[in-house]
Design a protein around this ligand. Structure first.
Ligand SMILES: *Cc1c(COP(=O)(O)O)cnc(C)c1O
Length: 500
């Protein structure tokens, strides 16, 4: 299977090249030239497989230039019980006869980004080898929280890679900071930037466009790369768990093969929900996608009106991983709905770049609203959803999942749809323990308590064990204490790589 760019369909490259390159030269995203098909019989057969078997079945249809051995090595290195604390990797929890929670947070950093970032480093190093790239990859990440830690865990001690993560000194939660500064591994570096997330992000972008600096790295055998969510190697692993959830429901006799399900996704950059859309196009029986946003509801408006407009206030919410105004992966959906018309996509993305907005034609808007229902929940509604879920089912959800739960409730009420529904749960409640505990017990309950007390309290209330990776933070050494100015970021990278 070959890959083209959303902005230039004449490009035709292998999956290894697409994964190595990340972004196409003209700024487009790589997409497969056609989507492979999964037959109903195949889906039935997934019911008898473990997660790794399902992953092989799906990924081998996309990464056709990888040998069986290469792909199995990638999968077996990523999806292990040691890393996910469960053999199921992405288990489905039945909440009631209609709602099924797809738990995507059993990985080492307790958020769904592990599902892709545990395998990406292996896909990337294999892709480097396959394309005869000799240099070592240096992954640079600017993070506002979840991605940085998930990338550090994914790349730690992966041979042929180095990773350096920058976070805003005062822009991440206490637990997120602890997770990063205690990161172990021989090939990792972590530094705080004196400034906000934009400063960190701009600093990283500057390094990526600094030709002189890149030449200096090349002389030392290094090549820069990024781990962000537009890389095909991050998107394709996400398709797997939607098939896996369906297979688990088949195996548990919750549905019959061919029955349609709804899929609800708490959405930010549109990667997770796009993977669900691809699964449907490949053959997964889906009735409706429900796109849930927080107060940053640019997608809700887009799906309803066909106008994408990022010229609006930006809100900081209790579901921070969805605080986003540009959903990059939407470009891939549009490319598909426009039947790969690269000129149209280039025009829209140019408008987004220059005017901050674009409008899709009525016929495309109609297609979108046929496929997707969209809704949003503010912080109050999010808190209420956490509390209601705990009271009704004794099941504690995190703030991002609660946004999805809230929007689904609104959907079910307004449509009366009784279709069985999978709700993507994107983070462990322990990861956002403070907001979750406020939702359950009020503000007074958390005041004056440190992170570790809060973890204990949440464990008592939820009846769940604290994930080992979070409990262990208490005893971990702080290994990184670098704080740099944004102008110094390239020399910090140089120090980590020993080339200054
Ligand atoms: C990144 C993230 C999201 C948003 O996912 P997208 O693929 O960017 O839409 C939702 N919840 C959590 C916890 C996340 O970390």
């Amino acid at each position: 299977m070959q890959y083209k760019s959303t902005r230039n369909s004449k490009i035709s490259i292998t999956s290894a090249q697409a994964i190595k390159q990340g972004l196409s030269v003209e700024g487009g995203l790589f997409v497969p030239e056609e989507l492979p098909v999964v037959t109903s019989e195949e889906i039935a057969s997934f019911a008898g497989m473990d997660y790794r078997g399902r992953a092989y079945a799906i990924l081998s249809k996309f990464l056709t230039d990888f040998t069986k051995e290469e792909l199995e090595n990638c999968i077996n290195s990523a999806y292990t019980k040691a890393k996910f604390e469960t053999d199921n990797i992405a288990p489905v929890y039945k909440l009631n006869d209609k709602e099924y929670i797809l738990e995507l947070w059993h990985g080492p950093t307790c958020a769904f980004k592990d599902m892709a970032l545990q395998i990406l480093p292996h896909l990337l190093t294999t892709s480097m080898k396959k394309t005869n790239e000799e240099s070592e990859v240096v992954i640079l990440v600017a993070t506002s929280g979840d991605t940085g830690k998930a990338a550090l865990e994914g790349f730690r001690d992966v041979r042929g890679t180095r990773i350096v993560v920058f976070y805003p000194e005062n822009g991440v939660s206490e637990i997120q900071k602890l997770q990063m500064v205690t990161q172990e591994g021989d090939n990792v570096g972590v530094a705080a930037v004196a400034g906000n997330f934009d400063d960190a992000q701009n600093g990283v972008k500057k390094i990526f466009t600094d030709d002189e600096y890149k030449a200096q790295l090349a002389e030392n055998g290094y090549k820069l790369s990024s781990a962000n969510s537009i890389n095909w190697g991050r998107l394709v692993p996400q398709i797997v768990y939607y098939f896996s959830a369906y297979a688990d429901m088949l195996a548990g006799n919750e549905i019959k093969n061919g029955d349609k399900i709804n899929i609800v996704v708490p959405t930010g950059n549109f990667g997770n929900i796009l993977a669900a859309y691809y699964a449907k196009k490949m053959g997964l029986p889906v009735n409706k996608f429900i796109c849930a946003s927080n107060k940053n509801n640019v997608l809700t408006d887009f799906i309803k009106t066909g106008e994408y407009n990022k010229n609006r206030d930006f809100y900081t919410t209790i579901s921070p991983s969805m605080d986003i105004l540009i959903s990059s992966n939407l470009e891939r959906l549009l490319s598909d709905l426009f039947d790969g018309n690269d000129e149209e996509i280039s025009k829209l993305m140019k408008a987004l770049n220059t005017e901050g907005k674009y409008q899709v034609p009525e016929e495309i808007r109609a297609k979108i609203s046929d496929l997707f229902y969209a809704g949003c929940a503010d912080d109050d509604e999010t808190m209420q959803a956490i509390k209601a879920c705990q009271e009704e089912y004794g099941y504690v959800i995190d703030t991002h999942t609660a946004v999805a739960k809230s929007v689904y409730a609104e959907y079910a009420k307004s449509t009366g749809d009784k279709t069985k529904t999978v709700i993507a749960s994107t983070a462990s409640p322990f990861k956002f323990n403070q907001s979750v505990l406020i939702a359950l017990n009020g503000y007074e309950f958390v005041t004056g308590k440190d992170e570790f007390t809060l973890l204990d309290e949440l464990s008592d209330i939820s009846g769940l064990d604290i994930p080992t990776s979070l409990a262990d933070l208490k005893n971990k050494m702080r290994l990184f204490n670098v704080v740099c100015e944004k102008e110094q970021m390239s020399s910090v990278v140089g120090e980590f790589l020993d080339i200054n």
